[in-house]
Structure formats: C-alpha cells, structure tokens
Design a protein around this ligand. Sequence first.
Ligand code: PFF
Length: 450
Amino acid sequence: MSHPEPAPSTPRESFGSRMGFVMAAVGSAVGLGNMWRFPYAASEGGGAAFVLAYVFMVFLIGVPIILAEFAMGRRSRRSAIGAVRAMGGRLWTPLGVLFVITSLMVLAFISVITGWVIRYALDGLLFGFSATPGERYADVSTGGLAIVYHLIAVGATVGIVTFGVRRGIERASLILMPILFVLLIGLAVWAATLPNAAAGYRFYLSPSFADVLDPVVLQGAASQAFLSLSVGMGIMITYSSYVSRDQNLGREAVIIALSDFSVAFVAGLVVFPVVFALGLSEEVGESTLGVLFISLPSAFARMEGVGRAVGSAFFITLIVAALTSAVSLLEVVASVGIDQLGMTRRRATLIAGALAAALGLGPALSQSWLGIMDQLAAELFTVLGVLGVAVLVGWAMKNPEGELLEGASPTFARLARVPIFLVRWVAPVVLGLIAWIAVRETIAVLSGSG
Ligand code: PFF
C-alpha cells in the first residue's frame, strides 16, 4: 500500500502501487539503448569482457547514482529543477536546467528513430520487409514521411503522459513491459534455433580483454551504462518524487539495474544469431543503426513467412521499449512545467511535446544532425548530469542515507552507507575521468562533422 506524503504546497500525484513505480522505471531504462546500442557496443568493445566491464560500472556507479537520484526525488517531492534547488540550493539550478535540456534532446532524437521503427513494424505487418533494405532505410530515414512518423511518435508519448502518473505512465508501463519481456524471450528462443546461432554468439561475446583496458572502451561502457539506466537526465528524480516513504529504494534500484542489463544482454542473443544465420556479418561493422535497420530487416526478408512474423514482433518490441522511455523523458520536462511554472498537466505536456517535436526536425531530416545530438546529449550531457548528481548528493545534500533508510528492509538498511560512500568518493573521480574523455570525443565528433 502506498501512503502519499502531503506535498509541500499543492497535492502531488503519486504512483498507485509498488509494481507501478518499478515497471515505469524499468520501462524508462529499457529502451532503444538496450536493443540497439548495447549489443553493438559489446561486439565492438571486447565481447564478454565488455559485458563484465559494463556490469561492473552498473553496480559500482550506476546503482549508487540511481539511489542518489531517488534520495533527491523522494525527499524533495519536486520536479528535477525543484529537487536540485531544494537539496543543494539555488546555485544548483543549472544542473536542473541541464536535465531538462538533455531530456528534451534525447526525446527528440529517439522519437525520430521510433518513427522509423514504426514504419518498419508496419512494413512487416502489412507488406513484408523490403528485399532492398539499404534503399528502404534511406527512404525511411529522410524526407517528409520521416517527419510525419516522428510526430506520430511524439504524439503517442504526449497521449500517455497527459493522463498523468497513475492513469497514464503507470498503467501504460504495467501493460506494455510484460508484453516486451514475453516478445523478447520468444525472439531469443527462436534465434537459438537458427542454423548459425553459435557463430553469432561468438561474434557477440568472444572476450577480448585487451579492448576492455582501452580507456575509450571503458568510457563507452560507462556512458552506455548511464544512458541505459536513464540516470543523469532527471528521470529517476522525477519518478521517485511520486513514490511513497515506505518503499524499499535499495531493492527497487537493484531490480531496475538487473532488468535493464538482462534485456540488453538478451537483445544481443537475438540480434547476432539472426545476422549470422544469413551470413550478413560483414555488414555489421558499418554502423549501429545499420544493424538494426539494414542487416536485420534483410535477414527477415530472406526468411520469408517466418521472417515476416518474427521481424514484426521484433519491431513491435522496439516500439514498446522506445515509447516507455520517451514517456519518462517527457515527464521530466512536463513536471518542471507543472511544479515550477504552475501549469496544468495538459498544458505542460503539450508544450514539452511541441518543443521535442520541433527539436526533432533536424535529426528527422539529416543523419548527421542525429549523430551530433546523440553525441552531445547521450554521451556528454548525461555524463555531466551524473557527475552533478554525485557531487550534489555526496557533498551538498544533508543526510542522504537518512532518506534511503526510510522504508528500507533490514538488509538494505545495513548496506545503505555503501552506495553513499561510492557516490561521495568513487563516482566523482571515475566520472571526472570519463567526462574528460567524453569532452574530447565530442570535440572530435563536432569538428569532424563541421
Ligand atoms: N534508457 C533508455 C535506453 O537505454 O534506451 C532511454 C534512453 C536514454 C535512450 C538516453 C537514449 C539516451 F541517450
């Protein structure tokens, strides 16, 4: 049972159930990043060794940062900007603003990609996958229809968020996430039966420890972990501001991290066997988006009837993953409008949606825009956001442990100092280094494409 605390001024919305909050947070974490970026990053960055480095980052920094965001959100019961001010003072406002900007940018470009995914799902359902997937991809990813489908994706997100925390976000997550899990497990079982599955697994996971010691690969694993866990963007702050004091935050953070990792890992068990079944492995090296939108559809096309059914299921899974993440990003911005600017939910959601729609026009029309927004928001701003959370909660917020102890089980109560120690001492150092590499990479990308 939940016992919503009285909010500081106006009555605040809340999740209706423990599972509702967990599924909404898992829905946020599980997204295109799991289905598309993780398998690719792992295969490029050292296979099983990358997976180990990734899990290490998730538990060393990711889970403690989720807990830090939870402590801020649940104690302050405010939106991302209100929370950083309440916990750190007005000087911290820029961090809250960074959260809003990052959320809007990520929402804009993932909505563009979601638009493409919707078109592929419709291809599969209505006509079958194209026999010339390269051309199909060029077609889908540019031009007026790319804008139209981007707007459809934003519209669906706005549609869910306007219904509010319980009737919109919670209900959608409770319905959609189990569908995603079932579809993904079904896909992985099917993929295991493909002729060349073992070669696919080998390509995905064969360990190369030399790669993992490369700082750029480590930075890649860390950014992927933050992006995947949806930290550094104000999402976990916002969602936990709707959570009751008797909820065991430690358990929830671990469930979120494990579910997120499992989905990413299993996505790789689907993607690579499919690609290898038809000997398309040479094409995999090209680009992350190439795997998703060229290699996989071409495999589905060649598998004919089965491919069409399975491929449609695959793209529907992607739509679900993307939509529940988009919802959380929009909620960050909408809740700032509601809390800070006194807007109604409807108005705040519509304005935030309109901003994301407009910001997505660039990436809908040009892939290099998309690359730049991805680099800036997903690689750089989220790392800076996580660093900001670590310093704020580690050094400025009063007694963060105290907040984690509320509702804690006896086991977590005994451990609650550990994540705060990591947030205070370990995260700033590791994140400082990662941020430094990310800044240099971003400058290289921007000057390379400028
Ligand atoms: N955490 C989600 C994912 O991994 O797909 C949503 C997301 C967050 C996507 C941040 C992209 C991003 F840069």
